[in-house]
Design a protein around this ligand. Structure first.
Ligand code: SAM
Ligand code: SF4
Length: 316
């Protein structure tokens, strides 16, 4: 148990099909969101009491929350490996401030290099802004810059090698993520998943690859190009689930602690905080929740229970 994913908002400036419905989302009220001081307090308990070594800020889209660098500065002071996952659309405006606040590395989501497919997936015509955001992250000195690409059969699986070429040319690592049943539109089925093994085979046929190392608790399996031009990652959460070695927990924007992306039970840490609870109370609530963590998510099996929240509400 060493990696904390903190969602700072359920809102977003895009509407990716695999994450949010086109419309009809009811946003959390501002007073429901954890404040940056509250987030910092929970994160500090995780670091000081339980030895967490990594914190990732996510959402919804974290960059739509005001004054994000203020939170980055607070969390950077905890001395863990701090990272941020963003859709990149507004990074040109923010990358320098995030870097100055103490962010060192970043993951940017990009699901297509083709404007029409980007629009179809995200329901927003923002490819130029995201590509510029990637450049802005590199210009600001964030390193590594990694790209997250969710592949969906029949939508963007024809771009696998194009993504590899893009990553090699820009000096960024592309991580291919299997589509998981956390889409608000309920469009997921096993047939929509592009297996990680297929990605490695497709890229390896053009740019020969070799495995980097045994993965440990990290979700991505890594492969390096034999010609030394960088590497790719494959997150095969569906076809090769890594639940057994998972050390991640999540905090939703309204302060719900989740011990698994797919859990159907949450612990309300905001209630502990706002009723005057101590750090001991927070720690006790966290231990109790983690004690109920199950062995695996069971996607594709008859006993799989789909969470009633979409990825944007949980925090990816
Ligand atoms: N808005 C930011 C972004 O898009 O990077 C951060 C939040 S987003 C929920 C975090 C990550 O979850 C993104 O890389 C996104 O592609 C991924 N994601 C969202 N829905 C998913 C799904 N159903 N299956 C797999 N990955 C998903
Ligand atoms: Fe927004 Fe990220 Fe979800 Fe896309 S994946 S809708 S950018 S939160």
């Amino acid at each position: 148990m060493r990696d904390l994913r903190v969602s700072v908002t359920d809102r977003c400036n895009l509407r990716c099909r695999y994450c949010m419905p086109a419309e009809g989302m009811e946003w959390l009220a501002r007073s429901d969101l954890l404040t940056y001081v509250e987030i910092e307090r929970i994160a500090r308990v995780c670091v000081e009491r339980f030895g967490f070594t990594g914190i990732r800020i996510t959402g919804g889209e974290p960059t739509v929350r005001a004054h994000l660098p203020v939170l980055v500065e607070k969390l950077a002071r905890l001395g863990t490996d701090l990272s941020l996952t963003t859709n990149g659309a507004t990074l040109r405006l923010l990358a320098d401030d995030l870097r100055a606040a103490g962010l060192r590395r970043i993951n940017i989501s990009l699901d297509s290099l083709r404007p029409e497919t980007f629009l179809a997936v995200t329901r927003r015509d923002a490819l130029p802004q995201v590509l510029d955001g990637i450049d802005a992250a590199i210009d600001a000195g964030l390193s590594p810059v990694k790209l997250n690409c969710v592949l969906i059969r029949g939508v963007n699986d024809g771009e696998i090698v194009d993504f590899a070429t893009f990553g090699r040319e820009r000096g960024v690592t592309v991580r291919f993520i299997e589509f998981m049943p956390l889409d608000a539109d309920d469009g997921w089925s096993p047939r929509t998943v592009v297996p990680g093994a297929e990605v490695v085979a497709a890229i390896g046929a053009v740019y020969p690859l070799e495995p980097v190392e045994v993965r440990g608790p990290a979700p991505a399996e890594r492969f390096r190009y034999l010609d030394g031009r960088g590497e790719i990652g494959v997150i095969a959460s569906v076809t090769q689930s890594f639940c057994g070695s998972c050390d991640r927990v999540r905090l939703t924007a309204e302060g719900m602690f989740r011990n698994c992306l797919f859990t159907v039970k949450e612990t309300d840490l905001r209630a502990v905080l706002r009723s005057g609870g101590s750090d001991d109370d927070l720690a006790t609530a966290i231990v109790a929740d983690v004690g109920t963590k199950w062995a695996g998510h069971s996607i594709g099996q008859v006993n799989f229970v789909r969470p009633d929240r979409s990825m944007s509400q949980i925090g990816g």
